[in-house]
Design a protein around this ligand. Structure first.
Ligand SMILES: [Zn+2]
Length: 245
């Protein structure tokens, strides 16, 4: 099974892209993606979509600058039948240092619930791997996913792999990172179970993102782990997620 650990829903005029619930389901079916993790700053939009769509689960987009960020997060994670399986942080868009003290209560919520956080990684000034590592070292028992594993800049890509190599609870997520060779290198440096497939749909095309993993030169069982099993274990533990119909 393929699990996409990084999907968006909504309109993004700055980027010229847009996708709604039906569009997400259609592209997942077309490309053989069974389960997707979706997020948007509008929690109710995501809650509604994941609540009525088998195969879609959510990460709570937390902006720690909001005074009700932690109470809202706890409500969304703890509500009966919740389909939220962790947190998305975007320090660049929301404007804070990853290790700002206002982020720490969010990490404590995740530590208590053994849920991961996906952090946008690859742009100055607020989402560089070294800054995120300050937070990682403060919360070594929380699983942190470096979203885009450094994105388009080779210096940040190499640094993201270094951060994961130094910190055993760090995962590298492949979306938007252009170099297939760095996916194989990531597996060789950090092991086969800490590299995760993500597409960043609709910003990047699922066919391109899947091909990047498949041509990266990994043995087939490791390709399967990157494309699905690693994300399934990280977000769902022993539970089996449902799949898109
Ligand atoms: Zn994204």
């Amino acid at each position: 099974m393929v699990l996409d650990s990084h999907m968006h829903v909504g309109d993004f005029p700055y980027f010229g892209v847009s996708i709604d619930r039906d569009g997400l389901v259609a592209t997942m079916r077309e490309h053989g993606v069974a389960t997707g993790m979706v997020f948007h700053p509008d929690h109710q939009l995501v809650r509604d979509i994941i609540g009525r769509t088998p195969g879609l689960y959510g990460l709570v987009w937390v902006n720690p600058r909001m005074p009700d960020a932690v109470t809202t997060l706890v409500d969304l994670l703890d509500e009966p039948g919740s389909r939220f399986r962790g947190v998305k942080l975007h320090p660049l868009l929301d404007g804070y240092h990853p290790d700002d003290p206002m982020v720490h209560p969010v990490m404590e919520v995740l530590r208590e619930r053994r849920l991961p956080v996906l952090i946008h990684c690859g742009h100055p000034i607020f989402s560089l791997p070294w800054s995120i590592e300050e937070l990682i070292r403060r919360f070594p028992d929380v699983s942190v996913i470096l979203g885009h594993m450094g994105h388009g800049n080779i210096v940040y890509i190499n640094a993201s792999i270094d951060v994961a190599a130094r910190n055993p609870r760090v995962y590298l997520e492949t979306s938007g990172m252009p170099m297939h060779s760095k996916i194989r290198e990531a597996v060789e440096r950090v092991g086969p179970d800490r590299v995760l497939f993500g597409s960043d749909a609709p910003f990047h095309h699922l066919s391109v993102e899947l091909a990047k993993v498949r041509v990266s030169g990994l043995p087939d069982p490791v390709t399967d782990a990157v494309l699905g099993e690693n994300g399934q274990r990280l977000f769902f533990g022993a539970m089996t997620p449902d799949v898109v119909g």
